[in-house]
Design a protein around this ligand. Sequence first.
Ligand code: ZN
Ligand code: ZN
Length: 408
Amino acid sequence: MPVSRRALVAALVVPSLALGQAPTITVRAGTVLDGRGAVAHHTTIVIAGSRIVRVDPTVTTATYDLHTLTVMPGGVDTHVHLTSHFDADGRAHNDPGGAEPLEETVLYAEENAYRALMAGITTVQSIGSNLDRELRDAIARGTIPGPRVITSLDWITPADGDADALRRAVRQRVAARANVIKILGSKSIREGGGPNLTEEQLAAACGEAKALGRRCVVHAHAAEAARRAVLGGATSIEHGVLLDSATLDLITDHGVFFDPNLYLVFQNYFDNKPRFLGIENYTEEGFAQMHRAVPLVLEVFKQALRRPKLRIVFGTDAVAGAFGRNWEELIYRVQVGGQAPMAAVVSATSLSARSLALGDSIGAIAPGLEADLIGVDGNPAEDITALRRVVFVMKGGTVVKNVAPQPR
Ligand SMILES: [Zn+2]
Ligand SMILES: [Zn+2]
């Protein structure tokens, strides 16, 4: 049967077009954790441009030979505050403003972003500050290294007003190019964590967010605050220090994501107490409330683990001092909270990506997804503390860290 010249050319051209004609990079791995719970050994991840093409054990050439390492998706931290930093005088600076020029604040934020990336966190949701937007866009331009940034810009609080005012506040954030809406649905745990918005107000804000195609992330400590948020249409409950069993059931039944922050945020405050004390609600009483919160939220987490359908995601609430130590949250969840290491890895990768509505582009090692990969000296699915030894980081097909493992 004669083959037309055009068909022949098409047959030759199509395979390279399918790869986008980008150069192919191969990463040989001793072990691969795909981020969805599967494990493979002695295989190669084939990458073209920014994306994973396939995982293929028959490919033996390696641009990067990580055969002594475990390769897994980069971490997805769903709750950070990139602009929070320590000033030159050592004191914490949580919100942009004061005498500090904004360009100085945003450079501190880039330092936080860089620390997270070097630790193996390739995506963060920063909730938030208006300055996150410029940092997000700068990192996305591809020159300054940092994790992918998803941001709410600054958060919405009861001070924004009644239901109509809250809808306006949501529209304002969306017009300002926020990726997500963050709402303060309860007081800070340093002020007791009680509810501070009605169900009607939460429904107005979350309803407006949903109508504009945005997720609605609600800070809620008290059970009543979380209950109102879930019924109001929240897509994620943050913190939840004071949740009860009935509210955990409600969160589960509504398919809402739960982002408990058990350890890093508190330990970082305790480690750096003199740097925070005296600022806003960082009083002695505020610190006492945080000490009381630690065992409470641990018990909430243990109760949450008993609900297999509850989607527990990985958020650290990282502020000044915590960036680069993000994985300590996950290590604590396993070692103290009792989560299975593989479940913890899945939580911090594919499940957290799904919670950001990015499950089709990041959070797993699978064909078509962005090549956000980390190489770990050890296997986190067997020993979660291996995450302290991230020696290789690739984001979107570009290697941003590749160092020799340290002797242990
Ligand atoms: Zn500052
Ligand atoms: Zn926070």
